[in-house]
Design a protein around this ligand. Structure first.
Ligand code: LLP
Length: 426
């Protein structure tokens, strides 16, 4: 896509890898491994770059908490003026705890429960994104019982073709579970426009994640704009035009996202409709700020494969085994030379790997590795399978660092188990 290159938060100094002004070796020595590290300035820079690119139209950037919802990180983004996009009562709670005001929060999600919908309306979120006629009915009932008129947006399925994404992260094509199916929108809209309990204030789509081509946005925005015009003719007083998330991160040699071209697609359309533009980026904001630190436990040649068995695996980073995703892995202090290895974790699953058949820095037991671009969909997708506690998260800001999430303890893991059983008859 050819664009302004954003600063790289990780760099080598005296032969070792640093995050901003802090050596990763120092963090690993202090908090142990595995550990997730994030660069605060990378977060700020990406937020500001997107904000600047969209300057041509009134806009709001609602960071998608699903990518990484840790409070320390949310507070950095909020201080920049960033807003929040949540998809559960839990994320709503996290956004509020991190200081986001209700009117700075959008509440989406394909399967919100009645209780979650009620919590969102009662809190006074900016928009509840509705994904079906059946959900609209529940929103109406809950708004009525709370005695308010709920501000809603329709998340529609624009039913566009998305080429590049892994099939699990494409969302806006015909037949996906997300959004109001394109053909159902007129009927659901007629109902909303006639209801005294909801105000249809926006339209929303999300065509997919890690969109390395901007075409799906072009197609989706064109369809959403047509729909906005139709609804405006029918008397809807729309305020918001939400084009979702999906801007990509650089995991490998991909071109960085061209924010100017993205803006050239979405800004003129929102402006011509007279609507405020909303974007819901997750990965673009946080992915490249993060690295996962792991130590090599064993090196085991077996049946022709050279395994680096590490203390992190699919439980700390599910993306390689779940999406066959590529994450670069480098030695924090390379010992020289390369080898072809499978980087695997300690989990009792053959599918527990971080990289397969990878040519990378030669490494031996005790060596520290950095798995790169793990700021998004890393910690939030962590598992405790095999009763392994979740790892800590560390925020680096210039030459300082702080633990933003402590390492889970074994006691934490068994805290909810009943020691003696209270039986109920029946
Ligand atoms: N808005 C909506 C409605 C979404 O469904 C998503 C992501 C986003 C925003 C943020 O998308 P982003 O800007 O991060 O692409 N776990 C997968 C990604 C799942 C994304 C689901 N929806 C992965 O690790 O690749």
């Amino acid at each position: 896509m050819g664009a302004r290159v954003l600063a790289q938060p990780y760099a080598r100094r005296d032969g070792a890898l640093w995050c901003e002004g802090v050596p990763l070796e120092a963090i690993a020595a202090a908090v142990g491994t595995p550990a997730y590290v994030y660069s605060a300035n990378a977060l700020r820079e990406r937020y500001r770059a997107l904000d600047a690119a969209l300057a041509g139209v009134p806009h709001r950037i609602h960071y998608s908490l699903k990518a990484n919802s840790s409070r320390g990180l949310l507070e950095v983004l909020r201080a920049q003026g960033c807003r929040a996009d949540v998809v559960s009562g839990g994320e709503l709670m996290r956004a509020r705890r991190a200081g986001f005001a209700p009117e700075e929060i959008i509440f989406g999600g394909v399967g919100k429960t009645r209780a979650e919908i009620r919590a969102g309306i009662a809190a006074g979120v900016l928009l509840v994104n509705v994904e079906s006629g059946a959900e609209l009915a529940i929103v109406e009932e809950e708004a009525k019982s709370l005695g308010v008129c709920a501000r809603i947006a329709f998340r529609v399925n624009p039913e566009v073709y998305v080429a590049n994404a892994h099939e699990f992260i494409a969302t806006g094509s015909r037949g996906h579970k997300f959004g109001i199916p394109w053909g159902d929108v007129p009927a659901v809209a007629a109902r909303a426009l006639a209801s005294p309990h909801v105000e249809l204030a926006g339209l929303d789509m999300h065509v997919g994640s890690q969109l390395t081509s901007l075409e799906p946005y072009e197609d989706g925005v064109a369809r959403l704009a047509q729909l906005a015009r139709d609804l405006q003719r029918q008397g809807a007083s729309l305020r918001f035009f939400d084009v979702g998330g999906g801007l990509p991160a650089r995991y490998d040699a991909e071109e960085p996202p061209d924010l100017a071209r993205f803006a050239a697609i979405v800004v003129p359309v929102a402006a011509s409709l007279g609507l405020e533009l909303i974007v819901e980026p997750g990965r673009f904001v946080v992915a490249e700020s993060g690295s996962l630190l792991t130590r090599v436990l064993y090196r085991k040649p077996s049946g022709g494969t050279d395994f680096l068995i590490c203390d992190a695996g699919m439980s700390e980073l599910l993306r390689p085994s779940h999406y066959d995703a590529y994450h670069a892995i480098e030695a924090v202090r390379p010992r020289g030379g390369t080898s072809t290895v499978d980087v695997v974790g300690p989990i009792c699953e053959t599918g527990d790997f971080l990289a397969r058949d990878r040519v990378m820095d030669d490494a031996a037991p005790g060596d520290l590795l950095a798995v790169r671009t793990t700021g998004a969909y890393g910690y939030v997708m962590a598992l405790t399978y095999n009763t392994r506690p979740r790892s800590p998260e560390v925020l680096v800001d210039g030459a300082r660092w702080a633990v933003i999430t402590r390492r889970e303890t074994l006691d934490d893991l068994v805290r909810l188990e009943a020691a003696t059983l209270e039986w109920t008859e029946g």
